[in-house]
Design a protein around this ligand. Structure first.
Ligand code: FAD
Length: 384
């Protein structure tokens, strides 16, 4: 493996670091308090070219790589996980489904607008009765002449109420199992399609999360994305990209916890010395530092493999599992090191702590990652 970054990768990493401090950090606390989404930051991220990273040059994009995506995600997450997440899924759950499964017409209709931040989308797989097991989707699509009729509910969907359209995973014929599953594009404003926001979440508060409702929602036959039977593969591929993104975002939050804890431990004095001089505090910071290094290496390995076109489901599962474990421990250690002051939002620590509960669940829970890793180790599939 070669992790020597290209000039472009370093340029994007540095640009993202500077952008995060200048454009995201100043309003992060207020957006979290107000649970407010950030169209103005989306526009600015588009202007930086962040949404064009994975779009092929022939489509007007930058044609770069997953390593660049990972480095940008890591930097954005050091100040605001919600913005970092929204940055990443604009590619992994919005541009990627179109690139993977879209017709030329669909690609032309959606990708340029997503890339320029003029459109926001979402990918809706999960339902009230289908969480970790997305194959159990109950939302149906029935073909009626030249229209599909959709009925069902989706829940816990990122960008649900701010998106211009959704890509929704549905069952077209239950008797066919996963071979009946398909993805469809449903435009905002379509009769029978509505959304509602999930408010007062523990974390990721400025990231929009909500429910989607389909009630005899008629869409043109041509709004199918890919073929019937290919929907599950499209969704799982895009969720795996997101899983990689989460591992990079988690590494960024771990880095932020280390930086804040070092600063605080050097300044705060107890028993006549800076608390950073106590061995137990040094141990906590050393553990966070080791955790951060493993997180970075595991996520860079995934990026490297993805950019080589290698299959990396196992490695992505390992990175997501490890990096979430590391960041959960790091946010807790940062809380302890900051003492009572960690409970106020004057420091970002309590937000980092709360925000990490979301990615612990989405992109596949830690148990799901354990079962993915176990499947590769044992050759036995716990899911089927
Ligand atoms: C903030 C947020 C944003 C989200 N964004 C999106 C989105 O954009 N699109 C989307 O489709 N979904 C999204 N989700 C949904 C997310 O993907 C699901 O919450 C996740 O897949 C888990 O499903 P569940 O919550 O129903 O938990 P369940 O699947 O009900 O799991 C509950 C518990 O049981 C465990 N469990 C389940 N099955 C097994 C098993 N076989 N073995 C051992 N343990 C098991 C789980 O690990 C978990 O601990 C989001 C969720 C959150 C919180």
């Amino acid at each position: 493996m070669d992790f020597e970054f290209t000039k472009e990768q370093m340029m994007f990493r540095d640009m993202a670091k500077e952008f995060a401090e200048r454009e995201i950090a100043p309003s992060a606390r207020e957006r979290d308090r107000e649970e407010r989404f950030f169209p103005e930051i989306m526009k600015k991220m588009a202007d930086q070219g962040f949404f064009a990273i994975m779009v092929p040059q022939e489509m007007g994009g930058l044609g770069l790589d997953w390593m660049t995506m990972g480095l940008v995600a890591e930097q954005l997450a050091t100040v605001d996980f919600s913005v970092g997440l929204t940055f990443f899924i604009q590619t992994s759950l919005e541009i990627m489904p179109m690139l993977l499964a879209g017709t030329e017409e669909q690609k032309k209709k959606y990708i340029p607008d997503l890339m320029m931040g003029k459109k926001i989308g979402c990918l809706a797989a999960v339902e009230p009765n289908a969480g970790s097991d997305a194959t159990a989707v109950e939302t149906t699509a029935l073909l009626d002449g030249d229209q599909w009729i959709l009925n069902g509910n989706k829940t816990w969907i990122t960008n649900a109420t701010v998106s211009d359209y959704c890509v929704v995973l549905v069952q077209t014929d239950k008797s066919k199992g996963t071979k009946g599953i398909a993805t469809f594009i449903v435009e905002k404003g379509t009769l029978g399609y509505s959304s509602s926001k999930i408010s007062h979440k523990l974390g990721c508060r400025s990231s929009d999360t909500g429910q989607l409702f389909f009630r005899d929602c008629r869409i043109p036959k041509s709004n199918i994305l890919g073929a019937v039977g290919a929907g599950m593969k499209t969704a799982l591929t895009c969720i795996e990209h997101t899983r990689f993104g989460i591992s990079c975002l988690a590494a960024g939050v771990t880095q932020a916890c280390i930086d804040a804890s070092i600063r605080y431990a050097q300044e705060r004095k107890q028993f006549g010395k800076s608390i950073g001089s106590f061995q137990l505090i040094q141990e906590q910071i050393a553990e966070m530092t080791v955790g951060y290094e493993t997180s970075k290496l595991l996520s860079y390995r995934v990026a490297w493999m993805k950019d080589k076109g290698m299959s990396c489901t196992r490695e992505t599962g390992i990175a997501k599992y490890n990096n979430m474990d590391v960041v959960m421990k790091a946010t807790r250690a940062a809380i302890e090191i900051h003492g009572a002051y960690s409970l106020t939002d004057d420091f970002n620590i309590e937000r980092f702590y709360r925000d990490m509960t979301g990615p612990l669940i989405f992109g596949g829970t830690s148990n799901v990652q354990r079962l993915v890793i176990g499947r590769f180790a044992l050759g036995l599939d716990a899911f089927r």
